[in-house]
Write a protein that binds this ligand. Structure first.
Ligand SMILES: Nc1nc2c(ncn2[C@@H]2O[C@H](COP(=O)(O)OP(=O)(O)O)[C@@H](O)[C@H]2O)c(=O)[nH]1
Ligand SMILES: [Mg+2]
Length: 227
């Protein structure tokens, strides 16, 4: 039977985090462990997660989604409770019921790395995200030599052995691109599972100019082999 942990990077997520955790706990195939990484939330997030999950990682200062995820990865690798790790955003933009689909797919197909794939539809996904997601997915498809259908989706499953092989360094949203590039370098194939696109007018922490510059820097350093 497949075993998995869940990792939630949470930054100022008081409106959704408790509901998300409750939904995860109601799944038929339950995770062995729920890990939440909170780095410097200024709202009620720390109080809401305190007694609700198996592991809370608190980082005093805000360091970015990538930094938070990397801390969660270390915790997962250290504890050795499960084969797989599911990463899911804290803002309920990823349908929790799909965790079961990811896990069942991984078990059946022996997948090492699965990423959610959202429809990039006008009116559902903000136009700026359609543009940036299409561009980054195309660039990463070329670099990775495999079709990357949604490079920016944070809803992911990764096998312990695959995660061990990626020596990740990014602190911001670019970590999610770095995982793709480094997985491809390790010849880990990446599968995609279609998930509904949910935005609901939620606020994003992505800084368009800053994150675009950091993405270009990451791609250049990977292409020139400086990482
Ligand atoms: N711990 C932590 N989580 C973050 C940070 N930035 C974003 N997140 C989490 O990452 C997820 C996606 O962030 P969001 O800003 O909604 O990005 P978007 O959905 O891609 O526009 C959410 O669950 C956030 O709580 C951060 O600096 N630290
Ligand atoms: Mg979001």
């Amino acid at each position: 039977m497949i075993s998995y942990d869940v990792l939630i990077p949470a930054y100022n997520a008081e409106n959704t985090i408790a509901q998300l955790i409750d939904q995860i706990k109601e799944l038929n195939i339950k995770p062995e462990k729920i890990i939440v990484v909170d780095d410097g939330s200024e709202d009620q997030t720390p109080n809401l997660i305190k007694d609700k999950v198996d592991s809370v990682i608190t980082i005093k200062e805000n360091k970015g989604k990538g930094f938070a995820l990397r801390n969660g990865f270390n915790e997962f690798l250290k504890s050795n409770t499960s084969d797989y790790l599911i990463c899911i955003d804290a803002d309920l933009q990823h349908p929790v019921s799909y965790i079961s689909k990811f896990v069942e797919y991984a078990e059946k197909r022996k997948s090492k790395f699965i990423i959610g794939k959202r429809d990039r539809k006008f009116g559902i996904m903000p136009f700026s995200r359609i543009l940036s997601n299409s561009t980054t997915s195309l660039i990463l498809s070329i670099i990775s030599n495999q079709k990357i259908e949604d490079s920016q989706c944070g809803f992911r499953l990764i096998h312990r052995e695959a995660l061990c092989k990626l020596s990740l360094q990014e602190n911001g949203f670019q970590l999610e691109s770095e995982m793709i590039i480094k997985a491809a370098k390790q010849k880990i194939s990446i599968d995609f599972i279609k998930i509904p696109t949910i935005y609901n007018g939620h606020i994003s922490n992505i800084n368009h100019l800053g994150d675009t510059i950091r993405f270009i820097r990451l791609v250049l350093s990977e292409l020139t082999g400086r990482s």
